[in-house]
Structures are given as C-alpha cells and as structure tokens.
Write a protein that binds this ligand. Sequence first.
Ligand code: IPE
Ligand code: MG
Length: 216
Amino acid sequence: MDGNGRWARKKGFPRIYGHRAGAEAVRSTVRAAGELGIEVLTLYAFSTENWLRPQTETRALMGLLRMTLRREVIELNRNNVRLRAIGRIHELPQNVRDELERCVDITRSNSGLILNLALNYGGRQDILDAVNASIKQGKKTIEEEDISRNLTTAGLSDPDLLIRTSGEYRISNFLLWQIAYAEIYVTPVLWPDFKRTHLQEAILNYQKRERRFGGL
Ligand code: IPE
Ligand code: MG
C-alpha cells in the first residue's frame, strides 16, 4: 500500500493525512475484495524497515493502526471477514498487539474473506524465522515444505496476484518466498486513491494472463 506520503504532499498536507486517507482506502478495498469473492487479501501495512522512519511517523502509524482496528472490527465481523496478521507481531507495541489479538479473536470463526495484515513484516525475516524454526524442530536438511509450514503465512495459499501501487517497480521485502509465481500488477495510483475500480482492473488484467508455472 504505497504512496500515502506522496498523496499528502501533493495536497500540501502532512504525511499522516496520507496515512489516514490510506486507512479509508483499506476499508473500501476490503469490502470490495469480500464482495468479489477473493479468498485471501494480504495488505502490507508496515515493514520491518519502516522503523527507520522518524519516531513521530512510526508512532502515528501505530496509533492509526490501533484506532482503525478498534473502529472497524464490528463491520469486519458483520461482513464475515476473518482477520489474521503476519510478521514479527511480538515486536509491536503492547497496546497494538492487544487490539490486534482482540480483533483476531472476535473474527476467528468467520468464513468469508481472510484479511491478512502484514505488520512489522519482512520477507527475508520470515524465511529466516522459518529456517530457524525448522532447525529447532530437529531438521538437518531443510525441504521446501519445512519452510512453507513455518512461514507466518502457513496454511494460506501463495498469492496469485501482487498489486503494487504508486508506480514503484520493486518488491520491498514483501512475501519473498510466497510470490515465486505471483503475477505482478503495477499501478501508478497512489494508495489513498485506490478504489474498487482499480482492484477490478487489476483482476481483469490478471485474468488475461497465461500462467505456466515454469511449464509449457
Ligand atoms: C505507504 O505509504 C504506507 C506505509 C509504508 C505505512 P508511504 O508512507 O510509503 O508513502 P510514500 O512512499 O512516502 O508516498
Ligand atoms: Mg513508500
């Protein structure tokens, strides 16, 4: 979900306004994804590298996350959404973890869209943690399956489509293992401007592609 800062700057607002507008875009995208019958939506909300930002911004982001979770949980639940989180969750501020845990608990038995929030997430860290978990489990030689079932995405299928907003052509340490065969769609739209139509456009584009997974 990239482009919040640029969106705000273009309007002459402080960056946090962009993040707030970004939270609104999350709201509408989650609803659209549910209605379109998407099974899993993973949103890259905060990377392990985002801690490099000034503390005023990381604090504001954590506050926004907590408030958004608190505000949205009832509607998420009403829409049959099941919330999940990936990343080094244990390193998040305690009050964010508490709120997150509460939302995961409330929505646990829902059967609709799985909304997977990547928080304090890094693809390399995810792989490292999975390798180390495999070693702890007594593995001397590590197979693909050992990694997959120890990643924070365990139990979720690998993403089919990766949407990158704000026109950047890079992965930024997102789901590195899991996107091996994902179709990539880059849109110049800044995240706060991302609407249902953009999601539909991305899916239509995806549907035209021929996926061969290395075969013929
Ligand atoms: C993405 O928007 C939101 C988060 C990383 C939390 P940015 O804050 O990266 O926005 P730009 O890249 O400065 O436009
Ligand atoms: Mg950015």
